[in-house]
Design a protein around this ligand. Sequence first.
Ligand code: AMP
Ligand code: MG
Length: 315
Amino acid sequence: MPEFTTDLDLACAHLRAGQLLALPTETVYGLAADARNAEAVARVFALKGRPSSNPLIVHLAEASQAADWAASIGPDAQRLMARFWPGPLTLVLPAADWVPRSITAGQDSVALRVPAHPLARRLLERFAGALVAPSANRYMSISPTCSAHVAQQFAETDLLILEGGECRVGLESTIVSLLPGQAPRLLREGMLAAGEIEALLGQPLNRGSEGAVRAPGQHHRHYAPGTPSWRFRQLPQEALDDPACGWLWCGQARPSAGPALDLGADPADYAQGLYAALYRLDALGLQRLLIQSPPADEAWAAVSDRLARASTPLD
Ligand code: AMP
Ligand code: MG
């Protein structure tokens, strides 16, 4: 059975001993391990069932540590770090030679982030090192945004979970790659909007990963509930009468025979509640789940990206 704690000394000792710790961050809970301990890093891949071809994000206490991990930090990276760290932004930079290629999935780039969650920050300061921390879920299942979901994912293990309440952001970080000789590229949408990053850089971000680095968080099927899930713009009216059909609304809930949750029409609130809603609906043993698509504007880009990976379009 997983064990919950709020004791930072215990959590720190655990990490120093090469063990794994589920760690709250402002995005989602991470499965943390000492980034400099190759055996601990290998345990993360093994416990998640994550293919070794998926690189891990290195979490730091402060931006100054990035110089240990990156071979070089250009002016764009400096500005993004100064403005958005600590926070839900991951930067992919050229990796220093010594960085274990098990972390980078064999690539010469490394992903770095300084998380903003107060407990994560205090733990990282106390640990005085760096932590890899992919989302604390089994490969291809829904990221956890509270400790109970972590415990559910790893129910038959004795994983230590640092209790940190509900994650404020609720979706994984925005990932931007800044590699020498390449235009800045958005590798993953997050609640830190691409437009804010572009405004600071003074240029548009390239999109997608073609020809550049691999970003396996972009696998088409990812973040998916077990219940077959569809998303719609045009309401499939007849399904409202089906008690085995669950609903996830985006502010325009209609009476339905099956269970329904409405995450509302505010993108930040919706993002914060999305994964918990999917956990809840998934636990009901429904035949299908119908998800109302959010508006197509940029404020919803990260939510729409995750819904596109979690469901099949009906229209
Ligand atoms: P997770 O920690 O589960 O949110 O996933 C981390 C994600 O960060 C990966 O799935 C990749 O998309 C991305 N990532 C990590 N390291 C790199 C890297 N060196 N190059 C490109 N993308 C990376
Ligand atoms: Mg993940």
